[in-house]
Design a protein around this ligand. Structure first.
Ligand SMILES: Cc1cc2nc3c(=O)[nH]c(=O)nc-3n(C[C@H](O)[C@H](O)[C@H](O)COP(=O)(O)OP(=O)(O)OC[C@H]3O[C@@H](n4cnc5c(N)ncnc54)[C@H](O)[C@@H]3O)c2cc1C
Length: 278
């Protein structure tokens, strides 16, 4: 059996306190010996410098860092410069995305879709980078149809992606269906489920509305019912997410990628309960 890949995702902090907190989070999650820590990147380059700084900090601590790189609103020159910087730093893995332009930012730049970015990275840097791309078991909200979305995912793989990380979801069947459909089309790369621990219901509902990840009705109603009782929200969330992870791993998922929101405890608790390796 292939070794399962576990990883954690951070966003680049905006304040000195945030930087300190993330350093403490990394220290705790580093004990679990993940394959890599990834760092998000604001589309249109809004977090470019902070993403780079966070990646440098991760590298300096001896962990593998995987910067996200989104292409919408960017130019070939700019992307090329970032690739050169990451290559010179010894970065080996990149999460290649289209991104979403912040509202009010009109230009689409020189890339329209993530498959163009993947092709560009391959053309510029050959096989230097392991390229991760995004996958959507519940389908991307802008896709014309579910089948179209899978064909577009296949385009990214044909362009040279090595593996994929999914948007988060709470319905394991959507993941298994998506993977089966990909396999039928000859797409064989590992598709690692993205896992969102449940900490605050209002925050989760806001993210889910924005990215099209469904919170099933039974979960939404239960979480709503807890109101401000955060202990109950978290206990219920942990039960649900642990059961999801168990089912995914037992069903053949090649690993798990945790959306940490820069907090160690929720992912750590799930990890321990699942008895994952250290
Ligand atoms: C694991 C993960 C990490 C993420 N990290 C970040 C981040 O760091 N920063 C950030 O800004 N966002 C991030 N996102 C969000 C992501 O940028 C958005 O979901 C964005 O809307 C789509 O990006 P994509 O790379 O999936 O785009 P694409 O693969 O380009 O797909 C976007 C849409 O266009 C369609 N499409 C794709 N190719 C074509 C084509 N050739 N012709 C017609 N239609 C096409 C697809 O079906 C889909 O509907 C992340 C998402 C995931 C799942």
């Amino acid at each position: 059996m292939n070794k399962k890949i576990f990883s954690f995702e951070f966003f680049p902090p905006q304040t000195p306190e945030g930087v300190e907190k993330l350093a403490a989070t990394r220290k705790q999650l580093g004990l679990l010996k993940p394959e890599f820590f990834s760092v998000t990147f604001g589309a249109g380059g809004s977090t470019q410098a902070r993403t780079l700084e966070t990646v440098q900090q991760i590298k300096a601590e001896g962990y593998n860092a995987a910067p996200h790189l989104s292409c919408v609103g960017s130019t070939r020159e700019n992307v090329s410069a970032m690739l050169n910087t990451y290559k010179a730093m010894g970065i080996k893995r990149i999460v290649a995305l289209r991104g979403d332009l912040p509202s009010g930012m009109a230009t689409t730049g020189e890339f329209q879709y993530a498959n163009e970015l993947v092709s560009f990275i391959r053309a510029q840097t050959g096989d230097h980078f392991h390229i991760e791309v995004a996958a959507y078991p519940e389908f991307h909200p802008q896709a014309r149809s579910a089948h179209d979305d899978i064909l577009n995912f296949k385009r990214k793989v044909a362009a040279g992606a090595n593996s994929a990380i999914t948007q988060y979801f709470y319905n394991a069947d959507s993941y298994f269906y998506f993977v089966d459909e990909c396999r039928k089309l000859g797409v064989t790369i590992p598709i690692v489920p993205g896992i969102m621990p449940i900490v605050k219901f209002t925050q989760l509902a806001r993210f889910s509305d924005a990215c099209g990840a469904e919170i099933p009705r039974w979960m939404r109603r239960t979480l709503e019912g807890y109101g401000d009782d955060s202990a109950s929200v978290q206990a219920f969330g942990q039960d649900v997410v642990c059961a999801l992870c168990e089912r995914l791993l037992a069903g053949g998922a090649p690993g798990l990628h945790f959306y940490t929101l820069n907090q160690a405890a929720p992912s750590q608790a799930i990890w321990q309960r699942l008895g994952l390796p250290r």
